[in-house]
Design a protein around this ligand. Structure first.
Ligand code: ATP
Ligand code: MG
Length: 432
Protein backbone atom coordinates (compact mmCIF):
# COMPACT_ATOMS: atom_id res chain seq x y z
CA UNK A 1 0.00 0.00 0.00
CA UNK A 2 1.28 3.46 -0.74
CA UNK A 3 2.20 5.57 2.26
CA UNK A 4 0.26 8.70 3.02
CA UNK A 5 2.34 11.85 2.76
CA UNK A 6 1.93 15.24 4.40
CA UNK A 7 -0.01 17.89 2.50
CA UNK A 8 2.20 19.91 0.13
CA UNK A 9 3.53 23.02 1.80
CA UNK A 10 2.81 21.73 5.30
CA UNK A 11 5.98 20.80 7.09
CA UNK A 12 6.86 18.33 9.76
CA UNK A 13 9.31 19.89 12.17
CA UNK A 14 11.59 17.06 13.21
CA UNK A 15 13.35 16.48 16.55
CA UNK A 16 16.63 17.65 15.05
CA UNK A 17 14.97 20.95 14.11
CA UNK A 18 12.80 21.62 17.14
CA UNK A 19 15.67 22.81 19.36
CA UNK A 20 16.16 25.84 17.11
CA UNK A 21 12.41 26.48 17.08
CA UNK A 22 12.23 26.24 20.85
CA UNK A 23 15.19 28.58 21.13
CA UNK A 24 13.46 31.23 19.01
CA UNK A 25 10.19 30.65 20.87
CA UNK A 26 11.86 31.04 24.25
CA UNK A 27 13.74 34.17 23.24
CA UNK A 28 10.60 35.79 21.82
CA UNK A 29 8.41 34.85 24.76
CA UNK A 30 10.90 36.20 27.30
CA UNK A 31 11.31 39.35 25.22
CA UNK A 32 7.65 40.25 24.75
CA UNK A 33 6.97 39.49 28.40
CA UNK A 34 9.79 41.83 29.38
CA UNK A 35 7.79 44.58 27.63
CA UNK A 36 4.64 43.68 29.58
CA UNK A 37 2.80 41.95 26.75
CA UNK A 38 0.39 39.16 27.74
CA UNK A 39 -0.35 36.08 25.69
CA UNK A 40 -3.75 35.54 24.08
CA UNK A 41 -4.80 32.28 22.37
CA UNK A 42 -7.63 31.99 19.86
CA UNK A 43 -8.82 29.30 17.45
CA UNK A 44 -7.18 28.42 14.13
CA UNK A 45 -10.67 28.27 12.58
CA UNK A 46 -12.97 31.30 12.34
CA UNK A 47 -15.94 32.43 10.29
CA UNK A 48 -14.70 33.31 6.82
CA UNK A 49 -16.45 36.65 7.16
CA UNK A 50 -13.97 37.74 9.84
CA UNK A 51 -11.06 37.61 7.39
CA UNK A 52 -13.02 39.03 4.47
CA UNK A 53 -14.05 42.04 6.53
CA UNK A 54 -10.62 42.70 8.01
CA UNK A 55 -7.96 41.69 5.49
CA UNK A 56 -10.13 42.88 2.58
CA UNK A 57 -12.09 41.11 -0.18
CA UNK A 58 -9.72 42.21 -2.94
CA UNK A 59 -6.43 40.98 -1.51
CA UNK A 60 -4.23 38.00 -2.41
CA UNK A 61 -4.98 36.40 0.91
CA UNK A 62 -8.78 36.49 0.67
CA UNK A 63 -9.05 36.05 -3.09
CA UNK A 64 -6.69 33.12 -3.53
CA UNK A 65 -4.95 31.96 -0.41
CA UNK A 66 -7.54 31.06 2.22
CA UNK A 67 -8.43 27.51 3.15
CA UNK A 68 -12.20 27.97 3.25
CA UNK A 69 -14.95 25.39 3.45
CA UNK A 70 -18.49 24.87 4.64
CA UNK A 71 -18.57 22.72 7.76
CA UNK A 72 -21.19 20.07 8.50
CA UNK A 73 -23.68 22.74 9.50
CA UNK A 74 -23.06 24.68 6.33
CA UNK A 75 -21.20 27.49 8.15
CA UNK A 76 -18.57 29.20 6.01
CA UNK A 77 -15.26 28.78 7.87
CA UNK A 78 -11.63 29.52 7.10
CA UNK A 79 -8.35 28.45 8.61
CA UNK A 80 -6.74 31.64 9.86
CA UNK A 81 -4.32 33.13 7.30
CA UNK A 82 -2.93 35.56 9.92
CA UNK A 83 -3.45 36.43 13.56
CA UNK A 84 -4.54 40.05 13.87
CA UNK A 85 -8.17 39.48 12.85
CA UNK A 86 -8.68 36.63 15.34
CA UNK A 87 -6.87 38.57 18.06
CA UNK A 88 -9.18 41.58 17.58
CA UNK A 89 -12.26 39.32 17.40
CA UNK A 90 -11.33 37.56 20.66
CA UNK A 91 -10.31 40.73 22.52
CA UNK A 92 -13.50 42.51 21.44
CA UNK A 93 -15.75 39.54 22.21
CA UNK A 94 -14.43 39.35 25.77
CA UNK A 95 -14.55 43.08 26.45
CA UNK A 96 -10.77 43.54 26.60
CA UNK A 97 -10.89 46.64 24.42
CA UNK A 98 -13.57 48.55 26.29
CA UNK A 99 -11.95 51.70 27.74
CA UNK A 100 -8.72 49.79 28.18
CA UNK A 101 -5.26 49.61 26.82
CA UNK A 102 -4.00 46.17 25.96
CA UNK A 103 -0.61 44.79 25.02
CA UNK A 104 -1.12 41.28 23.66
CA UNK A 105 0.94 38.64 21.88
CA UNK A 106 0.25 35.25 20.33
CA UNK A 107 1.96 32.57 18.31
CA UNK A 108 0.83 29.66 16.25
CA UNK A 109 0.21 28.19 12.81
CA UNK A 110 -1.32 30.20 9.96
CA UNK A 111 -2.60 28.79 6.66
CA UNK A 112 -2.32 30.19 3.15
CA UNK A 113 -2.71 28.32 -0.10
CA UNK A 114 0.40 29.77 -1.76
CA UNK A 115 2.93 28.19 -4.07
CA UNK A 116 5.30 26.39 -1.71
CA UNK A 117 8.96 27.36 -1.95
CA UNK A 118 11.80 28.05 0.43
CA UNK A 119 10.44 30.40 3.10
CA UNK A 120 6.87 30.18 1.78
CA UNK A 121 4.61 27.41 2.98
CA UNK A 122 0.92 26.57 3.27
CA UNK A 123 1.11 26.06 7.00
CA UNK A 124 3.56 28.47 8.57
CA UNK A 125 3.97 29.98 11.99
CA UNK A 126 3.84 33.54 13.19
CA UNK A 127 4.50 35.34 16.41
CA UNK A 128 2.38 38.46 16.61
CA UNK A 129 2.21 41.37 19.00
CA UNK A 130 -0.66 43.85 19.08
CA UNK A 131 -1.33 46.99 21.17
CA UNK A 132 -4.77 48.51 21.57
CA UNK A 133 -6.02 51.83 22.88
CA UNK A 134 -2.91 53.95 22.23
CA UNK A 135 -2.96 56.43 19.38
CA UNK A 136 0.44 58.08 19.57
CA UNK A 137 3.69 57.34 17.77
CA UNK A 138 5.30 56.24 21.06
CA UNK A 139 3.56 52.87 20.95
CA UNK A 140 4.47 52.51 17.25
CA UNK A 141 8.08 53.06 18.26
CA UNK A 142 7.75 50.53 21.09
CA UNK A 143 6.47 47.86 18.69
CA UNK A 144 9.41 48.49 16.36
CA UNK A 145 11.86 48.56 19.28
CA UNK A 146 10.69 45.09 20.33
CA UNK A 147 11.65 43.81 16.90
CA UNK A 148 15.00 45.61 17.15
CA UNK A 149 15.59 43.88 20.50
CA UNK A 150 14.67 40.53 18.99
CA UNK A 151 17.27 40.87 16.21
CA UNK A 152 19.83 41.84 18.84
CA UNK A 153 18.99 38.82 21.04
CA UNK A 154 19.15 36.45 18.09
CA UNK A 155 22.35 37.98 16.69
CA UNK A 156 20.61 39.04 13.48
CA UNK A 157 20.93 42.83 13.68
CA UNK A 158 23.40 42.96 10.79
CA UNK A 159 21.21 40.80 8.55
CA UNK A 160 17.94 42.72 8.55
CA UNK A 161 16.94 46.25 7.57
CA UNK A 162 13.88 48.27 8.41
CA UNK A 163 11.67 49.89 5.77
CA UNK A 164 8.86 52.22 6.77
CA UNK A 165 6.15 54.21 5.04
CA UNK A 166 3.17 56.41 5.77
CA UNK A 167 0.12 55.14 3.86
CA UNK A 168 -2.19 57.86 5.20
CA UNK A 169 -5.86 57.49 6.05
CA UNK A 170 -8.44 55.43 4.16
CA UNK A 171 -9.70 58.67 2.53
CA UNK A 172 -6.14 59.61 1.49
CA UNK A 173 -5.74 56.23 -0.12
CA UNK A 174 -9.04 56.55 -1.98
CA UNK A 175 -7.91 59.85 -3.51
CA UNK A 176 -4.54 58.39 -4.37
CA UNK A 177 -6.22 55.22 -5.70
CA UNK A 178 -8.22 57.29 -8.19
CA UNK A 179 -5.04 58.97 -9.47
CA UNK A 180 -3.23 55.66 -9.62
CA UNK A 181 -6.08 54.05 -11.56
CA UNK A 182 -6.01 56.89 -14.07
CA UNK A 183 -2.25 56.40 -14.55
CA UNK A 184 -2.43 52.61 -14.77
CA UNK A 185 -5.28 52.68 -17.27
CA UNK A 186 -2.86 54.26 -19.74
CA UNK A 187 -0.67 51.17 -19.38
CA UNK A 188 -3.37 48.58 -18.90
CA UNK A 189 -2.12 46.24 -21.61
CA UNK A 190 1.31 45.96 -20.00
CA UNK A 191 -0.01 45.01 -16.57
CA UNK A 192 -0.11 41.45 -15.28
CA UNK A 193 -3.52 39.80 -15.13
CA UNK A 194 -4.06 40.26 -11.38
CA UNK A 195 -3.15 43.92 -11.59
CA UNK A 196 -5.52 44.47 -14.53
CA UNK A 197 -8.33 43.03 -12.47
CA UNK A 198 -7.43 45.18 -9.47
CA UNK A 199 -7.13 48.36 -11.45
CA UNK A 200 -10.66 49.36 -10.49
CA UNK A 201 -11.38 47.28 -7.39
CA UNK A 202 -8.22 47.88 -5.37
CA UNK A 203 -5.54 49.81 -7.29
CA UNK A 204 -3.17 50.02 -4.31
CA UNK A 205 -2.75 46.26 -4.50
CA UNK A 206 -0.98 46.84 -7.81
CA UNK A 207 1.84 48.56 -5.88
CA UNK A 208 2.26 45.34 -3.91
CA UNK A 209 2.57 43.24 -7.10
CA UNK A 210 5.56 40.92 -7.21
CA UNK A 211 5.59 40.87 -11.04
CA UNK A 212 8.78 42.65 -12.22
CA UNK A 213 7.19 44.13 -15.36
CA UNK A 214 4.44 45.68 -13.27
CA UNK A 215 6.97 46.98 -10.77
CA UNK A 216 8.93 48.56 -13.64
CA UNK A 217 5.81 50.38 -14.84
CA UNK A 218 5.23 51.80 -11.40
CA UNK A 219 8.43 53.84 -11.42
CA UNK A 220 6.56 56.73 -13.04
CA UNK A 221 3.27 56.26 -11.20
CA UNK A 222 1.89 58.96 -8.93
CA UNK A 223 3.22 58.73 -5.42
CA UNK A 224 1.19 58.16 -2.27
CA UNK A 225 3.36 60.74 -0.49
CA UNK A 226 1.54 63.52 -2.33
CA UNK A 227 -1.82 62.37 -0.99
CA UNK A 228 -1.28 61.65 2.71
CA UNK A 229 -2.98 64.10 5.05
CA UNK A 230 -1.08 66.42 7.41
CA UNK A 231 -2.15 64.65 10.66
CA UNK A 232 -0.69 61.37 9.49
CA UNK A 233 2.45 63.16 8.36
CA UNK A 234 2.87 64.74 11.81
CA UNK A 235 2.43 61.33 13.47
CA UNK A 236 4.86 59.73 11.05
CA UNK A 237 7.46 62.48 11.51
CA UNK A 238 7.23 62.05 15.26
CA UNK A 239 7.73 58.31 14.89
CA UNK A 240 10.83 58.87 12.78
CA UNK A 241 12.14 61.21 15.45
CA UNK A 242 11.59 58.57 18.13
CA UNK A 243 13.31 55.93 16.02
CA UNK A 244 16.33 58.19 15.49
CA UNK A 245 16.43 59.03 19.21
CA UNK A 246 16.62 55.29 19.89
CA UNK A 247 19.33 54.71 17.27
CA UNK A 248 17.08 52.65 15.01
CA UNK A 249 18.22 52.80 11.38
CA UNK A 250 15.47 52.78 8.77
CA UNK A 251 14.84 53.43 5.11
CA UNK A 252 11.68 55.13 3.87
CA UNK A 253 10.07 53.15 1.07
CA UNK A 254 7.22 55.15 -0.51
CA UNK A 255 6.03 52.02 -2.35
CA UNK A 256 5.54 49.93 0.78
CA UNK A 257 1.78 49.34 1.11
CA UNK A 258 1.45 45.84 2.66
CA UNK A 259 -0.83 43.07 1.46
CA UNK A 260 -3.66 43.60 3.92
CA UNK A 261 -6.27 46.35 3.75
CA UNK A 262 -6.63 47.19 7.42
CA UNK A 263 -3.44 49.18 7.83
CA UNK A 264 -3.29 52.97 7.95
CA UNK A 265 -0.67 55.60 8.64
CA UNK A 266 2.61 53.94 9.50
CA UNK A 267 3.57 50.53 8.10
CA UNK A 268 6.90 48.74 8.17
CA UNK A 269 8.75 45.63 7.10
CA UNK A 270 12.00 44.03 8.18
CA UNK A 271 13.82 42.61 5.18
CA UNK A 272 16.81 40.34 4.80
CA UNK A 273 18.91 39.69 1.69
CA UNK A 274 19.77 36.15 2.80
CA UNK A 275 16.51 34.41 1.86
CA UNK A 276 15.98 35.39 -1.78
CA UNK A 277 12.47 36.41 -2.75
CA UNK A 278 11.09 35.49 0.68
CA UNK A 279 13.02 38.32 2.29
CA UNK A 280 10.40 39.81 4.58
CA UNK A 281 10.89 38.33 8.03
CA UNK A 282 8.61 40.66 9.96
CA UNK A 283 5.90 43.15 9.05
CA UNK A 284 3.41 45.38 10.75
CA UNK A 285 1.81 48.75 11.13
CA UNK A 286 -1.00 50.78 12.55
CA UNK A 287 -4.64 49.71 12.04
CA UNK A 288 -6.90 52.24 13.73
CA UNK A 289 -10.11 51.28 11.91
CA UNK A 290 -10.05 47.52 12.27
CA UNK A 291 -11.81 47.26 15.62
CA UNK A 292 -14.71 49.41 14.45
CA UNK A 293 -14.75 47.65 11.07
CA UNK A 294 -15.39 44.44 13.01
CA UNK A 295 -18.23 46.02 14.98
CA UNK A 296 -16.41 47.38 18.05
CA UNK A 297 -15.86 50.92 19.25
CA UNK A 298 -13.13 52.85 17.45
CA UNK A 299 -9.84 51.76 19.07
CA UNK A 300 -6.41 52.80 17.87
CA UNK A 301 -4.14 49.81 17.37
CA UNK A 302 -0.71 48.84 16.08
CA UNK A 303 1.05 45.52 15.74
CA UNK A 304 3.48 43.28 13.94
CA UNK A 305 3.96 39.64 13.05
CA UNK A 306 7.06 37.75 12.16
CA UNK A 307 7.40 34.46 10.37
CA UNK A 308 9.02 31.71 12.40
CA UNK A 309 10.12 29.65 9.39
CA UNK A 310 11.98 32.58 7.87
CA UNK A 311 13.62 33.40 11.19
CA UNK A 312 14.74 29.81 11.68
CA UNK A 313 16.00 29.68 8.08
CA UNK A 314 17.88 32.93 8.59
CA UNK A 315 19.47 31.66 11.79
CA UNK A 316 20.53 28.46 10.05
CA UNK A 317 21.80 30.31 6.97
CA UNK A 318 24.10 32.58 8.91
CA UNK A 319 24.98 30.11 11.66
CA UNK A 320 23.82 32.04 14.69
CA UNK A 321 22.27 29.21 16.69
CA UNK A 322 24.29 28.77 19.91
CA UNK A 323 25.74 25.25 20.32
CA UNK A 324 23.99 24.85 23.65
CA UNK A 325 20.63 24.92 21.86
CA UNK A 326 21.26 21.52 20.31
CA UNK A 327 22.59 19.98 23.52
CA UNK A 328 19.34 18.51 24.84
CA UNK A 329 20.56 15.70 27.12
CA UNK A 330 23.15 15.59 29.91
CA UNK A 331 23.19 12.11 31.41
CA UNK A 332 22.51 8.55 30.22
CA UNK A 333 21.87 6.02 32.98
CA UNK A 334 22.46 2.30 32.41
CA UNK A 335 23.33 -0.93 34.20
CA UNK A 336 26.44 -3.02 33.72
CA UNK A 337 24.54 -6.21 34.36
CA UNK A 338 20.99 -7.49 33.94
CA UNK A 339 20.94 -8.30 37.65
CA UNK A 340 20.91 -4.61 38.55
CA UNK A 341 18.92 -3.33 35.58
CA UNK A 342 15.84 -2.91 37.75
CA UNK A 343 17.60 -0.24 39.77
CA UNK A 344 18.06 2.03 36.80
CA UNK A 345 14.51 3.44 36.58
CA UNK A 346 14.34 4.12 40.29
CA UNK A 347 17.75 5.76 40.52
CA UNK A 348 16.85 7.89 37.51
CA UNK A 349 13.71 9.16 39.22
CA UNK A 350 15.66 9.94 42.39
CA UNK A 351 18.34 11.84 40.47
CA UNK A 352 15.73 13.85 38.53
CA UNK A 353 14.06 14.80 41.81
CA UNK A 354 17.32 15.88 43.45
CA UNK A 355 18.94 17.48 40.38
CA UNK A 356 16.05 19.01 38.44
CA UNK A 357 18.35 20.92 36.09
CA UNK A 358 20.07 17.77 34.85
CA UNK A 359 18.47 16.21 31.77
CA UNK A 360 18.69 12.48 32.22
CA UNK A 361 17.66 9.52 30.08
CA UNK A 362 17.56 6.05 31.54
CA UNK A 363 18.23 3.00 29.43
CA UNK A 364 15.21 0.87 28.61
CA UNK A 365 14.94 -2.26 26.56
CA UNK A 366 17.76 -4.40 27.96
CA UNK A 367 20.63 -5.61 25.80
CA UNK A 368 24.31 -6.24 26.30
CA UNK A 369 26.40 -3.72 28.19
CA UNK A 370 28.34 -2.70 25.09
CA UNK A 371 25.25 -2.01 23.07
CA UNK A 372 23.82 -0.01 25.97
CA UNK A 373 27.01 2.02 26.16
CA UNK A 374 26.81 2.65 22.43
CA UNK A 375 23.30 4.01 22.89
CA UNK A 376 24.68 6.24 25.66
CA UNK A 377 27.26 7.64 23.22
CA UNK A 378 24.64 8.13 20.51
CA UNK A 379 22.18 9.80 22.85
CA UNK A 380 24.00 13.10 22.89
CA UNK A 381 24.49 12.91 26.66
CA UNK A 382 27.83 14.07 28.01
CA UNK A 383 28.10 11.73 30.96
CA UNK A 384 26.95 8.16 31.65
CA UNK A 385 26.05 6.76 35.06
CA UNK A 386 26.55 3.00 35.20
CA UNK A 387 24.97 0.97 37.97
CA UNK A 388 27.31 -1.90 38.93
CA UNK A 389 26.64 -5.21 40.57
CA UNK A 390 27.18 -4.69 44.29
CA UNK A 391 30.04 -6.68 45.75
CA UNK A 392 29.05 -9.45 48.20
CA UNK A 393 30.23 -7.27 51.00
CA UNK A 394 30.37 -3.53 51.03
CA UNK A 395 28.46 -0.68 49.52
CA UNK A 396 26.71 -0.43 46.16
CA UNK A 397 28.76 1.67 43.76
CA UNK A 398 28.08 3.34 40.43
CA UNK A 399 30.47 4.61 37.81
CA UNK A 400 30.39 8.12 36.45
CA UNK A 401 31.83 8.01 32.94
CA UNK A 402 32.66 10.77 30.52
CA UNK A 403 31.09 10.08 27.14
CA UNK A 404 34.08 11.32 25.18
CA UNK A 405 36.82 9.45 23.31
CA UNK A 406 38.80 8.78 26.45
CA UNK A 407 35.81 7.57 28.42
CA UNK A 408 37.50 8.00 31.79
CA UNK A 409 35.34 6.88 34.68
CA UNK A 410 35.20 7.09 38.42
CA UNK A 411 33.51 4.68 40.84
CA UNK A 412 31.56 6.40 43.58
CA UNK A 413 29.14 5.38 46.31
CA UNK A 414 25.47 6.26 45.86
CA UNK A 415 25.89 8.77 48.63
CA UNK A 416 28.52 10.64 46.66
CA UNK A 417 26.84 10.28 43.28
CA UNK A 418 25.22 13.70 43.05
CA UNK A 419 28.44 15.59 43.73
CA UNK A 420 30.48 13.37 41.41
CA UNK A 421 27.90 13.71 38.65
CA UNK A 422 27.76 17.49 38.87
CA UNK A 423 31.55 17.61 38.85
CA UNK A 424 31.74 15.38 35.78
CA UNK A 425 29.17 17.52 33.97
CA UNK A 426 31.09 20.67 34.86
CA UNK A 427 34.27 19.14 33.42
CA UNK A 428 32.78 18.37 30.04
CA UNK A 429 32.71 21.17 27.55
CA UNK A 430 29.44 22.29 29.03
CA UNK A 431 27.72 24.80 26.83
CA UNK A 432 26.27 27.77 28.61
P1 ATP B 1 5.10 38.11 1.57
O1 ATP B 1 5.18 39.46 0.98
O2 ATP B 1 6.43 37.43 1.71
O3 ATP B 1 4.06 37.22 0.91
P2 ATP B 1 3.14 38.95 3.47
O4 ATP B 1 3.14 40.41 3.28
O5 ATP B 1 2.09 38.12 2.83
O6 ATP B 1 4.58 38.33 3.08
P3 ATP B 1 2.31 39.11 6.22
O7 ATP B 1 0.91 38.75 5.93
O8 ATP B 1 2.64 40.49 6.56
O9 ATP B 1 3.24 38.60 5.01
O10 ATP B 1 2.89 38.11 7.35
C1 ATP B 1 3.94 38.49 8.23
C2 ATP B 1 5.11 37.55 8.10
O11 ATP B 1 4.71 36.20 8.08
C3 ATP B 1 5.89 37.71 6.82
O12 ATP B 1 6.78 38.77 6.92
C4 ATP B 1 6.60 36.39 6.70
O13 ATP B 1 7.76 36.37 7.54
C5 ATP B 1 5.60 35.44 7.26
N1 ATP B 1 4.84 34.78 6.18
C6 ATP B 1 3.80 35.25 5.47
N2 ATP B 1 3.35 34.34 4.59
C7 ATP B 1 4.15 33.24 4.75
C8 ATP B 1 4.20 31.94 4.14
N3 ATP B 1 3.32 31.57 3.21
N4 ATP B 1 5.14 31.07 4.56
C9 ATP B 1 6.03 31.41 5.52
N5 ATP B 1 6.04 32.61 6.13
C10 ATP B 1 5.10 33.52 5.76
MG1 MG C 1 1.99 37.02 1.02
Amino acid sequence: MSKIQAIRGMNDILPTETPTWQYVEQVTQALVQSYGYREIRFPVLEQSQLFKRSIGEVTDIVEKEMYSFADRNGDELSLRPEGTAGCVRAAEQHGLLYNQQQRLWYRGPMFRHERPQKGRYRQFHQVGIESFGMAGPDIDAEIILISVALWRELGLSKNVRLEINNIGTAADRRAFGAALTAFLQQHEADLDEDSQRRLLSNPLRVLDSKVPATQALLVNAPSLVEYVSPETVAHYDQLKKLLRANDVDFVENPRLVRGLDYYNNMVFEWITDELGAQGTVCAGGRYDSLVSQLGGRGTPAVGLAFGMERLVLLLETIGQVPDSVNQVLDVYLLASDAAVADQVLKLAEELRARLPDVRLMSHCGGGKFNSQLKKAYNSGARVAVIVDTPPDTGEQTVRVRQLDEEGSSEAVTLQNLDAALLKALAQTSAPA
